[in-house]
Design a protein around this ligand. Structure first.
Ligand SMILES: Nc1ncnc2c1ncn2[C@@H]1O[C@H](COP(=O)(O)OP(=O)(O)OP(=O)(O)O)[C@@H](O)[C@H]1O
Ligand SMILES: [Mg+2]
Length: 622
């Protein structure tokens, strides 16, 4: 009984906006589609719910029999028989209700699993543009809270709707059969509870939403300041007293709203149990008089009051059925919204593998603009009310060049010119708007994802390592690599000596919360990962920017060895890297403004010469 009341209170707390929300057409059939694989289980579940309802509405009649026919008629045999029956029924009911719970948990958890893995798989298939816009927290919420919410609403709806309807019908029929007068009065008393409960429920709903907001604000303060970067800013710029006051203010609001919530929810329960007590008092009073008049028997009063206490729970739950139903629709809709986001970058059905052997990379009249927010994301995942509607601005204009197989092309140019953008088009992290990018004469849009990731290796401007061991991070690039191969790669990336000094060696956990590698060390591990993969096309985005001149030179030698065997695109600020390139492309504002070798470019006036004078000339001696 009290479980039901909790559920009931929870549904009252749910936002009233839910009822105002317009659900997209076709949501209900889609939900049923999810339930389809569990048809037979659902049927068994409904059977158990019905059985449970039936059993629990029989026992008051047995007790009435003991009082009226057993005790009054001095029939000892009947008393013992009915008491044993009541006991057996109670045991049977306990078993059925356990089975019921087990089945509903199975159903619920399976549904959660289905939804979760569907959403996870879908999110994995989204393009990088999606991740660069959405908030990680919002995505995780979809996978955790929304999935669980959808499941709860779903199973609650099943047991609520079906179980309670049957329960109410059975109990009311039994009560009418016993005494229609008392039954009608009990029903009249019902609004006495429902009206205040609704009012309190509404107030609780408001408090609940507000407390969620306040809690989120407080948590935000913590997550922003407890990560290393945030804590550093506080240490360097903040004043501790101000920080504490800022946090306290939020924590105090959370305290106040917690007190309010506790009070109101107690009012809710008090009203409920008060109504039940009043109704019982009335039933005994009115019924007692009726017994003295000889209209009804003692057993009837006992049975009636037992029924009364069992009636209010299901009835009040049914009164919020509509809200439950809408909540289920809305949570499912929030999940479907994510599932309906079409991944903009997909493998084409007739995709082919990039041919074996050395390959050339060709950009052919490429125009490119980063996709607009509406194309790749949802307002609710970006934690903004409306999606940013800035029009797409073209970042690359008519870019054409060829990196012949086995050669090195260097990209240079001012910050924001579009170098990183060009490098991302090679591994098809984005699709071009016009023109094409092809590797080994295969347009990257018609290459298989697998052959593309096998062919192209990238070390990004700010490489990421997973929170895992060095070994796992290296093996991510090539799962079958041997320890000897890993050591060779680490040695070439000039990081082996450092890894060897770590007590756990390759088993050291690195990444966000693991062993802290310096910027340059991280870059070298990322390079080792690339060397291990030994891809045919290498893309380096300032991959050696964090290294000192000496280790850079050493890494460069290792890279030169690898790069001699492959086709490379290198974004670099160092003269040494650029000077050895077979071709230098000078990028400015999304266009190739100059191309040639170092000697050719230095001989003419232009951006390269300016860059050379301001940036590179000082490095000449190295
Ligand atoms: N995800 C994105 N969405 C929209 N615009 C972007 C995105 N990433 C980059 N840009 C824009 O594209 C332009 C080119 O950026 P890009 O990162 O390619 O420059 P870059 O040449 O690599 O510069 P740097 O030398 O500073 O790394 C910039 O104007 C930048 O603001
Ligand atoms: Mg860049």
């Amino acid at each position: 009984m009290s479980m039901g009341h909790w559920a009931n209170m929870r549904s009252m707390q749910r936002s009233r906006d839910v009822l105002a929300h317009k659900v997209k057409k076709g949501t209900l059939p889609r939900i049923l589609e999810f339930a389809r694989p569990y048809r037979s289980l659902i049927a068994i579940f409904i059977g158990a719910v019905l059985l449970d309802a039936a059993i629990s509405s029989v026992s008051p009649l047995l007790l009435r029999g003991i009082l009226d026919h057993g005790i009054d008629d001095n029939n000892r045999g009947l008393i013992v028989f009915l008491a044993v029956m009541t006991g057996l029924l109670a045991i049977f009911e306990a078993i059925v209700s356990l089975a019921e719970r087990r089945i509903s948990a199975w159903l619920g958890e399976s549904l959660i699993f289905d939804l979760r893995q569907r959403v996870y798989r879908h999110i994995q298939s989204m393009p990088i543009a999606f991740f660069s816009r959405t908030q990680t927290g919002a995505l995780i919420t979809r996978l955790n809270n929304d999935v669980i919410g959808a499941q709860q609403a779903f199973t609650e709806l099943f047991s609520n709707a079906i179980g309670n309807v049957v329960m109410v019908v059975l109990i009311l029929s039994a009560m009418f059969f016993l005494s229609w007068q008392i039954t009608i009065v009990a029903l009249v008393l019902l609004p006495l509870f429902l009206v205040p409960a609704r009012l309190v429920g509404r107030r609780l709903g408001g408090l609940y939403r507000r407390s969620m907001e306040l809690n989120a604000q407080m948590n935000n303060v913590m997550t922003e300041r407890f990560n290393v970067a945030g804590a550093m800013i506080v240490k360097l710029f903040g004043s501790p007293a101000k920080e504490v006051a800022y946090f306290e203010q939020r924590a105090l609001q959370v305290r106040d709203i917690g007190i309010e919530q506790a009070t109101y929810s107690r009012i809710f329960f008090v009203t409920l149990s008060l109504t039940a007590s009043l109704a019982t008092a009335f039933a005994y009073g009115f019924g007692g008089l009726a017994v003295t008049w000889g209209t009804i028997s003692k057993g009837t009063i006992v049975a009636l009051t037992l029924y009364l206490t069992r009636l209010y729970g299901p009835l009040t739950q049914l009164s919020s059925l509509h809200l439950d139903f809408m909540t289920a629709l809305v949570t499912f809709e929030r999940l479907f919204e994510v599932l309906d986001l079409e991944p903009t970058i997909k493998e084409s059905p007739d995709a082919m593998a990039i041919p074996e052997g050395p390959v050339a990379v060709v950009f052919d009249h490429v125009d490119f603009a980063y996709p607009a927010a509406a194309e790749v994301s949802l307002a609710s995942l970006e934690a903004v009310a409306v999606l940013d509607d800035t029009p797409r601005t073209e970042v690359l204009h008519d870019v054409s060049f060829t990196v012949s197989a086995g050669t090195v092309t260097a990209l240079v140019g001012p910050s924001g010119a579009g170098k990183t953008t060009m490098s991302m088009l090679v591994s098809r992290l984005y699709d071009v708007d016009r023109g094409s990018v092809s590797i080994g004469n295969v347009d990257v849009r018609s290459a298989t994802q697998l052959s593309l990731s096998d062919t192209v290796g990238v070390v990004a401007q700010d490489p990421h390592l997973f929170h895992d061991t060095l070994r796992a991070n290296l093996l991510y690039a090539r799962p079958e690599a041997t320890v000897a191969e890993m050591e060779t790669a680490l040695r070439s990336a000039q990081i082996y000596d450092m890894v060897r000094t770590l007590p756990l060696g390759l088993d050291t956990v690195v990444g966000e919360r693991g062993y802290r590698l310096s910027g340059g060390e991280k870059q070298r591990v990322a390079l080792a990962r690339l060397l291990l993969k030994s891809p045919r096309v290498v893309v380096l985005d300032e991959a050696t920017a964090h290294l000192d001149a000496e280790s850079e030179a050493a890494v460069q030698r290792a890279l030169d060895e690898t790069m001699a065997k492959c086709t490379s695109i290198v974004i670099a600020h160092r003269l040494s890297t650029i000077r050895n390139a077979d071709q230098i492309l000078v990028i400015d504002a999304g266009r190739i403004v100059q191309r040639g070798t170092h000697e050719e470019l230095i001989a003419m006036d232009g951006l390269y010469n300016d860059l050379y004078q301001t940036q590179f000339a000082g490095q000449e001696g190295r």
